[in-house]
Design a protein around this ligand. Structure first.
Ligand SMILES: Nc1nc2c(ncn2[C@@H]2O[C@H](COP(=O)(O)OP(=O)(O)OP(=O)(O)O)[C@@H](O)[C@H]2O)c(=O)[nH]1
Ligand SMILES: [Mg+2]
Ligand SMILES: [Zn+2]
Length: 362
């Protein structure tokens, strides 16, 4: 296999004035910048713009693929080999997920990502539920999600069009594209996100075709790929996250296919992915409605009159249940509840007054 990326120069890696200022703020002019392209246990690969070097990592500093780091100058005689990570520049964003559904520790997937491409394969194990969770993860991170339905050569065009329609409805504001790495169909439509200096992370189940897509974009076999099993499930071919600089500009991060889909979905992220359900829930009589049988529950009403599918409501509830309920979140909710109660009281009083007014007038 050829090297992952030719020496690309700092701007092609996403270096800009903001990062330069962050580096300067470290106050050590001998420190030089590099971007982390791969992390392994105890060691990582960084790109300096002039070279790709392997450096040891200390357990205390948790670097992520996509991080910009300040490197302590090596001795000139060491030829870069002894360079060491002096600091991680403050991250603009992090993509994280919960390692398990019961709310385990948050795992950092990548840092400083502009776009998250959620890959799901046609003719494979494409699942709306998974997609919704990935969307929640992406919205929560602050990156722009784009849904990429892969392997469209696997199905008839009419089928692909139908899936596109359904997924577009689920994806809310996120763009949905249909591509094939085999036929090349739709690949050109990815161009708006693959621009010099911008970083795209590919996420999705194992076997979705993420690494194959990167190879097509890179125009070379830079990453290993492997056929899926007969049941359509992947073989977890990719085992580490890898940042690749594309020859045409643009930076992509390939990630290992996910197993556990539990997502650290901040409430905001969840509500973005389930916009319609969240909007319906605003009509519940009680602000803290659990939607499990309270009087005046808008979701239960929507279920009864067929405006909401039960499985969609259940996955929405499940996602909310795994949301980290931060103190801030709780406080915000309490304030909004108090406001609502106050508004209701005022409305009640006003209604009572109007009513008495009317009755005395008649
Ligand atoms: N028919 C068809 N097969 C594809 C396409 N893209 C990928 N594949 C095949 O799907 C299989 C899995 O592709 P990978 O790229 O390894 O999938 P991945 O998402 O990287 O999987 P993990 O690394 O396990 O997460 C391989 O056999 C690919 O050749 C496509 O557009 N059409
Ligand atoms: Mg892969
Ligand atoms: Zn309710």
């Amino acid at each position: 296999m050829p090297p992952i990326s030719a020496v690309p120069g700092l701007p092609a890696l996403g270096w800009d004035d903001g990062w330069a200022a962050a580096l300067e703020a470290l106050g050590d002019p001998s420190v030089f910048p590099a971007r982390v392209s791969r992390v392994d246990r105890g060691i990582c690969t960084v790109m300096t713009g002039a070279a790709e070097i392997r450096v040891a990592t200390e357990r205390a500093v948790e670097v992520a693929v996509g991080d910009w780091v300040g490197m302590a100058s090596p001795l000139p005689s060491a030829g870069g080999a002894r360079a060491r990570i002096a600091a991680i520049l403050p991250r603009r964003m992090v993509l994280r997920r919960q390692a398990d559904a019961r709310g385990g520790p948050l795992q950092v997937l990548a840092a400083n990502v502009d776009t998250v491409m959620l890959c799901d394969a046609l003719g494979g194990n494409l699942s709306l539920r998974h997609l919704e969770r990935f969307l929640a993860l992406a919205w929560q991170s602050g990156a722009t999600p784009v849904v990429v339905i892969t392997k469209c050569d696997n199905v008839a065009p009419a089928m692909a069009a139908e899936v596109l329609e359904v997924i577009t409805a689920v994806a809310d504001e996120a763009r949905v594209l249909v591509v094939s790495s085999t036929s090349g169909e739709g690949i050109a439509e990815l161009a708006p996100w693959l621009v010099p200096g911008r970083t795209v992370a590919l996420l999705g189940l194992s076997g979705a075709g993420k690494s194959t897509l990167v190879n097509v974009l890179a125009g070379a076999q830079v990453l290993a790929t492997r056929a899926v099993r007969s049941d359509g499930s992947g073989r977890h071919t990719t085992t580490h996250r890898q940042l690749v600089v594309l020859p045409g500009g643009g930076i992509v991060i390939d990630t290992p296919g996910m197993r556990a889909l539990s997502v650290s979905a901040a409430r905001e992220g969840v509500e973005h992915a389930f916009g319609d359900v969240a909007i319906m829930a605003r009509d519940c009589r009680y602000a803290d409605c659990s939607h499990s049988g309270e009087p005046g529950c808008a979701l239960q009403a929507a279920l009864r009159n067929g405006h909401l599918a039960r499985d969609r409501m259940e996955s929405w509830l499940k996602l909310r249940a795994v949301s980290p309920s931060s103190a801030l979140e709780t406080a915000r909710r309490q304030v909004s509840e108090r406001k609502q109660r106050k508004a209701a009281k005022i409305a009640d009083r006003r209604a009572a007054r109007t009513w008495t007014g009317r009755s005395s007038a008649s």
